[in-house]
Design a binder for this molecule. Structure first.
Ligand SMILES: [Zn+2]
Length: 171
């Protein structure tokens, strides 16, 4: 079976025709990439040429060109997190698919909740969670949310030590 994909959304090709830019992806090419990653890790994609990575005799279905170039775009990070349910849920009897709950910040409606829903609708035709629970953020005095990246974070443990966990929850 030969699949060709567009570069839209999360559909990624493994190779492109160097001559006409036709995306190429089929089960053999995908399997070769999977085996390479398993053997050498994902960086192997950058240390081998397209000719070394593709199966011998791979030709462009559009122009019959034999020279390929590798896909070098990174896979969208949201696809990684959005497919985590597939790796975690349903693998053990005590961790069924779907999850009872996904818990994250409100920004994940456009992030993890959304990407998980997209992936699960494709793979399972259902959401990977029964419900989502979102939390807000503590804001610092000028207004931006309190996050480690910007260094304005107040460690919850410090608040709990002096004021208790209930005060932190109320805050
Ligand atoms: Zn071509």
């Amino acid at each position: 079976m030969r699949l060709t994909t567009t570069r839209l959304g999360c559909a990624h090709s493994v190779f492109f025709c160097a001559k006409c830019n036709q995306p190429l992806l089929d089960a053999t090419l995908a399997r070769l990439a999977m085996e390479l990653f398993r053997r050498e890790g994902a960086d192997a994609w950058y240390t081998h040429s397209a000719g070394e990575l593709a199966s011998a005799g791979t030709r462009c279905p559009k122009c019959d060109g034999a020279e390929l170039r590798k896909e070098t775009d990174i896979l969208d990070v949201w696809f990684d997190s959005g497919s985590s349910h597939y790796a975690v849920l349903g693998r053990r009897p005590d961790v069924p698919w779907p999850s009872d709950i996904y818990l994250e910040g409100g920004d994940q409606y456009r992030g993890w909740f959304h990407s998980s829903l997209l992936v699960a609708m494709i793979t399972h035709r259902a959401a990977p969670y029964r419900t989502v629970l979102t939390h807000g953020w503590v804001l610092d005095a000028p207004g931006p949310r309190d996050v480690q990246v910007t260094g304005n974070v107040v460690e919850p443990q410090e608040v709990i030590k002096t004021h208790g966990a209930e005060i932190l929850r109320l805050w």
